[in-house]
Design a protein around this ligand. Structure first.
Ligand code: ADP
Ligand code: GN1
Ligand code: MG
Length: 362
């Protein structure tokens, strides 16, 4: 964790004429380190220490980030919205830079969107309907964004076939000697390998289009108004790259339809909620209208299973490799996460027919 003195030093690069009175760790992200920083004059900012092992070079990441946020800012202004509330805005340094290097760290500062909350689990179904509407509107905005302006900051991010190969390699190397503790999970993934190339191949054959997508459509990457629970902004824009709508839909389903937390140790609490799937599907399809193709629609249920399997596989790979990717709080954290994902996959498979027939309903 950063010390207050270091946070103060980072902010010396920024044109803010006040004194920091408080800085607290903020949010539940697995990748960056996020702080809420409060100044004496009551201004508040989000400070993020960028995970430069994952996002590199940081200059490319921030070029993407600035391009996308400027574009969304303009689109929101055009539609008469509040561009400082409905999207992320980067604060530039005194030297007009979008990030600073401090010692061996890379930091960026964002305008804090206040009076908002993030949800880790759906309690009111309507919140999930609005999550779908928020993401779908975001794609509508980005449909006009020129994908050639973006660096593929994590190449093959959702190439499930390559993720599977990386998983097999981690099992074989068994660097931490942990494979013996997760034989059941390893077998489950191997038994489900047939899913891995399906969407990648559709993209390759252009059966479904490659679009500018978010690639991390977790419920906690949406800010909701703290009082009305209306969706305010789509955040966490580090992974915006060319991708598939089926994956983005699937990732939102993976996280949001879970009746328990992503890292619940009690698997008896973890269930795939078909009712929430239907609500999200409805909001997504109604908002996207003709933007989504027939083939994409047909593969939304498949995308949900695949993203959940992929995520389970990624957590287990990281567990086997010694937790170098996702932030963990205890040694089996990634294994616990993998288990919830694999349980969800098996429940989705049992309800696959219903998942598909609901698509025809909307
Ligand atoms: P990570 O990649 O680690 O998930 P995020 O960009 O999602 O990082 O930020 C982590 C959390 O910080 C979010 O889930 C949200 O709660 C909070 N957050 C991030 N940016 C803002 C912002 N501009 N205003 C308010 N809250 C924010
Ligand atoms: C990470 O950044 P965060 O916590 O929103 C990860 C996603 C995973 C997710 C699993 C850049 O998301 O791909 O699906 O954890 N982000 C990156 O919870 O790898
Ligand atoms: Mg996040």
């Amino acid at each position: 964790m950063l010390k207050l003195v270091d946070i103060k030093k980072i902010f010396q690069s920024y044109p803010i004429n006040s004194e920091i009175i408080k800085a607290i760790p903020y949010g539940e992200g697995h990748i960056n380190n996020t702080y809420l920083v409060t100044f004496k004059n009551k201004d508040q900012y989000i400070l993020q220490i960028i995970n430069d092992k994952i996002f590199h070079p940081v200059s490319h990441l921030m070029e993407n980030y600035v391009a996308v946020t400027k574009f969304t800012h303009q689109a929101i202004t055009k539609r008469g919205g509040d561009p400082f509330r409905e999207t992320i805005n980067v604060v530039f340094t005194k030297n007009k830079k979008s990030y600073v290097k401090y010692q061996n760290l890379y930091a960026r500062v964002l305008y804090f969107i206040n009076h908002t909350i993030t949800l880790q689990i759906i309690k009111k179904p309507q919140d999930f309907y609005y999550t779908a509407v928020a993401f779908a509107n975001f794609y509508k905005i980005l449909a006009k964004f020129d994908a050639r302006k973006l660096y593929e900051i994590i190449p093959n991010f959702h190439n499930t076939e390559l993720r599977y190969k990386a998983f097999l390699k981690a099992v074989k190397l068994d660097k931490m000697k942990r494979a013996k503790t997760c034989q059941k999970e390893i077998k489950f993934i191997i038994d489900h390998q047939q899913y891995c190339p399906l969407i990648v191949n559709m993209l390759k054959k252009k059966t479904i289009p490659t679009r500018v997508t978010h690639n991390d459509t977790k419920l906690n990457n949406i800010l909701f108004d703290e009082k009305t629970h209306h969706p305010i902004a789509v955040i966490d824009l580090d992974t915006i790259m060319p991708g598939s709508l089926c994956y983005d839909f699937g990732d939102a389903i993976r996280f949001g339809t879970n009746s328990a937390k992503e890292d619940d140790k009690d698997l008896s609490k973890v269930h795939f909620r078909l009712d929430l799937y239907e609500i999200f599907l409805k909001g997504f399809l109604k908002t996207l209208g003709k933007v989504i193709t027939k083939k994409e629609k047909e593969n939304l249920a498949l995308g949900s299973i695949m993203m959940t399997l992929e995520c389970g596989m990624r957590f287990l790979t990281d567990y086997l490799e010694g937790d170098h990717y996702f932030h963990t709080k205890y040694p089996t954290h990634n294994l616990v996460r993998a288990r919830t994902q694999l349980k969800l996959v098996s429940e989705m498979e049992k309800q696959y027919k219903q998942m598909n027939s609901l698509i025809n309903k909307y």
